[in-house]
Design a binder for this molecule. Structure first.
Ligand code: BGC
Length: 497
């Protein structure tokens, strides 16, 4: 049954928590679930189908040579032309930048065992001020961390090929030329947007002059995730991240990738689905709380879809709803706290803790106490309902987007039925107690002709980057990105598929 007809259903499915006799509490739940508060987060199946249809159209716009420049979903060619075939091998370095930490890894791909081994790795924190500082500072920091690592591994004399997982939207010109379109997820270093990130990295290494690197392959984390799962399961043709940010990639037919020369075979497309809605196409499902989150973010007006889904924002959406319920005296007897009023203080990980099956209510109560709130039992239940409603919306929106990809692959290949695997990673997917189940159940409803296996990636950003480098070496394929042009939309060219 579709749970989100009204969030009340989820509350009353916990009827043991709400004594029937207590009509006052029932009334409270009714008012919280009415149009003003939680109902706008509840998307019907029909609405999700509509969202999927809009995304389908945006995929075509993003791929089109003439429509790409205005498309909110960028559908970026990755120059990854093949998934692993199991014959890759060798030693690689991998860099992973995309969250609050930066990682350096030494990875070995062992053909005989079909294994990707992490030999060693090191984490370097990226301080908040560096996330908002200059690009030169950031890349000097990266080059310094890599230098320390090479020394510690006794690798400084070697020039190993390097896979660079850089989890931001980049226009990739070639496998080793990648222009940052925009920062996301709290990064905003000056002088990097519009520049080739590989060049910035190499320049920082040259500034040091104490070591060198071999060929570089640029990788989005979705691609790394797909490729790391692809070594284990060769039908893995989709990579998805639901963590600090959200995004997915998949193998598209070259003949549909209008911006890259060549018609044969396939290429992995980094959808950058986080940008879905940046042209206003999701206005009808954005709530007042989503609009505040967007307004307060450092990249207002962009990555609309991501802001409704990913870990960077979910906690803040919950906080804003709780603030409003408190102001309207429906929570904590109208008594707020400094912590609740402070942006960022309700962390996304709290949502997972509060929704835990057995200890959720107790966790909620501990969290509320830590936030300086005076709660009663009913408050903790309401908070749990708010968390459930907002994380469910996130899972369902992701499901709608994933179903769009799966359906597209199926239609591309002229199949009645598609069996495929998606490699997944990200803290929201991994850590939330119901997220993955909810996502899978919704995908089944939205893409009934697709049978999707979900494989949680083991270190896609590290091992996957090495795998991309290895496959690139194996194929040594080169394609050239064609110039974009203004003009007739080529959406229609694909509309009937
Ligand atoms: C970035 C994507 C990335 C995703 C998941 C988004 O903010 O734009 O490139 O794949 O986060 O890390």
């Amino acid at each position: 049954m579709w749970k989100c007809v009204s969030p009340l259903i989820s509350i009353f499915s916990e009827t043991k928590l709400i004594p029937d006799s207590n009509s006052g509490i029932k009334q409270l739940f009714y008012s919280i679930s009415d149009t003003e508060y939680l109902e706008p987060f509840c998307l019907s199946l029909e609405k999700l189908q509509e969202v999927s249809a809009r995304l389908k159209r945006d995929f075509s716009r993003g791929l089109g040579k003439h429509s790409h420049h205005k498309a909110p979903v960028k559908m970026l060619p990755t120059f990854v032309r093949a998934t692993p075939d199991g014959t890759e091998k060798g030693d690689f370095l991998a860099l992973d930048l995309g969250g609050t930490n930066f990682r350096v890894l030494h990875v070995r791909v062992v053909e005989e065992q079909q294994k990707v081994l992490k030999m060693d790795s090191q984490i370097c924190a990226i301080p908040q001020d560096m996330m908002l500082g200059t690009g030169e500072q950031l890349f000097d920091h990266i080059a310094a961390c890599l230098s320390d690592f090479l020394v510690s591994q006794d690798l400084k004399g070697q020039t190993l090929p390097l896979g660079f997982t850089f989890s931001f939207p980049c226009e990739q010109k070639e496998i080793d030329k990648s222009i940052l379109i925009r920062w996301t997820k709290g990064f905003n270093c000056s002088g990097v947007e519009g520049k080739d990130v590989v060049k910035l990295l190499k320049e920082a290494i040259h500034r040091r002059g104490d070591y060198d690197i071999g060929s570089v392959a640029m990788v989005n984390d979705t691609v790394g995730t797909m490729m790391s799962c692809g070594y284990r399961d060769q039908s893995c043709e989709i990579g998805m991240i639901i963590g600090t940010g959200t995004n997915a990639c998949y193998m598209e037919e070259m003949k549909n990738v209008k911006r890259v020369e060549g018609e044969d075979g396939r290429m992995c497309i980094n959808t950058e689905w986080g940008g879905f809605g940046d042209d206003g196409s999701l206005k009808d499902i954005q709530t007042e709380f989503d609009r505040v989150v967007d307004k307060m973010s450092i990249n207002t007006g962009v990555h609309t879809f991501e802001k409704m889904i990913s870990g960077m924002y979910l906690g803040e959406i919950v906080r804003l709803v709780l603030v409003k319920l408190t102001e309207d005296k429906l929570l904590f007897k109208g008594q707020s706290s400094e912590a609740l009023k402070t942006p960022g203080r309700f962390e996304t990980k709290f949502i997972s803790e509060i929704e835990e099956q057995d200890n959720g209510l107790e966790n909620a109560q501990n969290i509320l106490t830590k936030l300086g709130l005076k709660w009663e039992l009913v408050d903790s239940r309401v908070v749990r309902l708010v968390c459930d409603t907002i994380s469910s919306r996130s899972a369902r929106l992701c499901a709608a987007a994933l179903a769009t990809i799966a359906n597209r692959i199926r239609v591309n290949r002229g199949l009645d039925h598609l069996k495929t695997t998606v490699g997944v990673d990200g803290t929201v997917y991994r850590k939330h107690p119901n997220f993955s189940d909810e996502l899978k159940a919704t995908v089944r409803l939205l893409a009934p002709e697709c049978d999707i296996t979900f494989l949680v990636s083991e270190d896609g950003s590290g091992k996957g980057a090495a795998m991309v480098t290895a496959v690139a070496q194996r194929l040594a394929l080169q394609s050239r990105l064609l110039e974009d042009s203004d003009g007739e939309s080529d959406e229609e060219e694909e509309e009937d598929k």
